[in-house]
Design a protein around this ligand. Structure first.
Ligand code: F6R
Length: 238
């Protein structure tokens, strides 16, 4: 596991260079993407590099980690909407090759893993981390062997995400998420964490016991993970 500690701006630039490197070696790479506030800086950087002609998404296929149940793709808090707003609509990707789990047709979740495998498997999975250690929406206690599935969101996750909705009552109670096994099947992984609120869970994830109670701790067992942290998120590491 490689740990990179820098300012949020430098982290966005350095992580973006990983995509430049990957896509210059493999223009048709399969990218696993995440939503949330953490990857926004990276996505801005990728859009900039794409406009400058330094990276092309023309031949890539993307698979997002998760989606809220009950939100149409056009809902402004759906993860499909987020991805289009922050990255996909601004780069030269083929929209037909972009995948976000459906929060409406829940039957599709059962075939999401095989769709990923048929496409060739994820080359680089991007992750943020929840304050409780969730990756995707795999909350504490999720079996490490899980594939894409439907989950009930914990109160802490709904509270953390309420800032994007008019009120907590509007935050969906369920989501569809890649499982932990789906994430671990990726050939390489980038985890980004920013801010003091992530410091404790980053310590538990990187230096604590590998346990389903801290879902992200499984990343200690993945052969190729890069962790990008700002100084605050890294502040409790030994
Ligand atoms: C998003 C996702 C979540 C977030 C996590 C951190 O697709 O799967 O696991 O990465 O909740 O969210 P932020 O970045 O908003 O702190």
């Amino acid at each position: 596991m490689k740990i990179i500690i820098d300012t949020p701006e430098k982290i966005a630039e350095k992580a973006a260079l990983r995509y430049v490197e990957l896509l210059s070696n493999k223009p048709d790479a399969i990218l696993g993407l995440a939503t949330g506030s953490t990857p926004v800086g990276l996505y801005n950087e990728l859009v900039k590099l794409n406009k400058e002609g330094k990276i092309s998404f023309k031949n890539v296929t993307t698979f997002n980690l998760d989606e809220y149940v009950g939100l149409e793709p056009t809902h402004d808090q759906s993860y499909r909407y987020f991805m289009n707003q922050h990255l996909l609509s601004h780069v030269d990707v083929d929209m037909e090759k972009t995948n976000v789990p459906s929060g409406i047709n829940l039957d599709e979740a059962a075939s999401y893993d095989s769709k990923i495998s048929s496409a060739g498997g994820i080359d680089l999975q991007l992750l943020g981390i929840g304050n409780n250690g969730h990756i995707g929406f795999n909350e504490p206690g999720t079996p490490f062997g899980s594939e894409t599935h439907l989950v009930d969101l914990t109160d802490s996750t709904r509270e953390a995400n309420a800032r994007f909705f008019a009120s907590i009552d509007d935050v969906p109670t369920q989501a569809v998420t890649m499982g932990i096994k789906t994430v671990m099947n990726a050939k390489s992984i980038i985890l980004i964490a920013l801010g003091k609120a992530k410091a404790e869970i980053i310590k538990a994830t990187l230096q604590g016991e590998v346990t389903p109670e801290v879902p992200a701790s499984i990343l200690q067992l993945h052969p190729y993970v890069e962790v990008y942290l700002d100084h605050e998120a890294a502040s409790l590491l030994d």
